[in-house]
Design a protein around this ligand. Structure first.
Ligand SMILES: C[S@@+](CC[C@H](N)C(=O)[O-])C[C@H]1O[C@@H](n2cnc3c(N)ncnc32)[C@H](O)[C@@H]1O
Length: 253
């Protein structure tokens, strides 16, 4: 089976797969959509328990991988296209949508769910069901926006995590984020950036923090401010969920 390096990385993140598999085992039944099916790995798990699975993928190469993986199931249909525009033939008992990224900024999860939610049956479920986003003031030794992978050598955390939103994915969500936040400072020094961290509730009982391929913390440069211990810093933070990283604006004072 041909598979892209990206899909291979997703498949080798066992912590990510374990929480999704557990959530799917708890909630898959009846009609299931797997939106952004990629290699089809989550659709295959759901197919063991559901009557039928619609596995939707917009990338043609990934969709071919999914077709390959899912061809031996007689209860799976692979649909190639944008899940944010698709008309679904039947309503779903469960929508799985692993289009996650830090802050939900650079992936389509929110616009896709805003489109697909009306197709969910009453009493149906969505995996994930809730997202928590938090922000910390940092001193960042890299002058550019980047994801934090492993090492924390190039940053100093200057204050505690402020959980600035909880998104209930069962409800329509405004894609525009425009917030004024207060950040406490723990030590004297310089703040020149923020770190966004995302926590994912797959079901009300299963929560997952960052894993190698699920929401690595996002380091965002801001203007520079000298700060003192116990100072309260103001942060203006704007972005569009699903709009991409270029929509981020962050200013401190
Ligand atoms: C993070 S990957 C997850 C893949 C797979 N579900 C898994 O868990 O390994 C997200 C997938 O969603 C697909 N995708 C992103 N936006 C989409 C959209 N609007 N419609 C359909 N697929 C989309 C991407 O091409 C990618 O394969």
């Amino acid at each position: 089976m041909k598979i892209s390096a990206y899909q291979e990385d997703l498949l080798s993140d066992t912590e990510r797969l374990a929480v999704f598999f557990e959530a799917i085992a708890n909630q898959a039944r009846g009609m299931v959509y797997d939106l952004g099916t990629g290699s089809g790995v989550l659709a295959a798990k759901a197919a063991e328990l559901a009557d039928h699975v619609y596995a939707v993928e917009k990338n043609e190469f990934s969709a071919r991988t999914a077709l390959n993986r899912l061809s031996h199931f007689n209860n799976v249909s692979v649909l190639v296209g944008d899940a944010g525009r698709m008309h679904f033939p039947e309503k779903a008992d469960l929508i799985i949508c692993e289009m996650l990224d830090t802050g939900l900024i650079d992936e389509d999860l929110i616009p896709v769910l805003n489109h697909a939610r009306p197709y969910l049956k009453e009493g149906g479920h969505i995996i994930p069901c809730e997202i928590l986003n938090g922000v910390e003031p940092i001193n960042l030794h890299a002058g550019h926006l980047c994801y934090q992978e492993g090492s924390v050598k190039y940053l100093e955390v200057m204050g505690p995590l402020n959980v600035y939103n909880r998104l209930n994915l069962m409800k329509e969500i405004d894609e525009q984020v425009d917030l004024s936040l207060k950040l406490k400072i723990n030590s004297n020094g310089e703040v020149n950036g923020i770190r966004l961290t995302t926590f994912t509730l797959l079901t009300p009982d299963i929560i997952c923090g960052p894993t190698p391929m699920l929401n690595p913390p996002l380091l965002i440069p801001t203007n520079t401010q000298d700060v003192l211990e116990n100072q309260i810093l103001s942060l203006n933070l704007k972005y569009v969920m699903g709009g991409g990283l270029d929509t981020i604006e962050a200013r401190i004072n």
